[in-house]
Design a protein around this ligand. Structure first.
Ligand SMILES: O=C(O)CCC(=O)C(=O)O
Ligand SMILES: [Fe+2]
Length: 203
């Protein structure tokens, strides 16, 4: 990794490249970003089809990116909205901290503990061979789970703090799956921004 930040530290996860900065945005700044994004984002409720049945995706989302770029996952195709000045500035902060450039950002809103993001890897072909994904967390702390695809003993779980930055790189999207699990705890909403780089929009 081209690490320009002193605060991103590599986590000890075998067969993966995962970096974390717990205090990427200070608490007050993170709080302000959360409030503005919650109010200003035109949230979408997508439908997902699993084994022929259609459900509401268990969170709200939106996609921002360069030049009306398109991005698909789980059969959902988005056309990216133009970067808002706020997201553009967050993107620049994330690029400066990671040394990577990004051209799309998927925004997730987890309204309650019933909202979640099931086990998956972000390995869509348009993200290239080894996708680099930078993930900013705002608001309610939620647990991030990682599990290795082959070695069942390699399972990790840690809280993503308000204002934190997580970076996944190298083979991580091939070797591990990740999730945000549901919880029965009565909790507040969380916003997550995942910055990605589409390398070939025609794939
Ligand atoms: O909410 C998170 O921290 C993870 C989001 C995620 O994995 C995704 O959008 O692909
Ligand atoms: Fe993901």
């Amino acid at each position: 990794m081209h690490n320009k930040s002193n605060s991103l530290i590599e986590l000890e996860i075998p067969d993966a490249q995962v970096y974390y900065d717990e205090g990427f945005f200070a608490f007050a700044k993170a709080k302000q970003l959360f409030t503005t994004l919650q109010e200003q984002t035109p949230w979408r409720q997508n439908k997902i089809t699993v084994f022929g049945k259609t459900y509401d995706e268990p969170r709200l989302t939106q996609l921002y990116g360069d030049d009306q770029m398109e991005y698909s996952y789980s059969g959902i195709t988005f056309k990216a909205l133009e970067w808002s000045p706020l997201l553009q500035s967050i993107k620049e902060d994330v690029e400066a901290a990671t040394g990577h450039q990004f051209n799309i950002c998927l925004v997730n809103l987890y309204r309650t503990g019933a909202d979640s993001n099931g086990w998956h890897a972000d390995n869509e072909p348009e993200l290239g061979k080894n996708p680099v994904i930078a993930s900013v967390s705002l608001g309610q702390e939620r647990f991030f789970h990682l599990r290795h695809s082959e070695n069942k003993e390699w399972r990790y779980k840690f809280p993503l703090k308000n204002g934190s930055l997580l970076l996944m790189a190298g083979a991580t999207q091939h070797t591990y799956k990740h999730q945000i699990a549901k919880t029965k705890r009565d909790i507040r909403p969380r916003i997550n921004l995942t910055f990605r780089k589409v390398v070939d929009a025609s794939v």
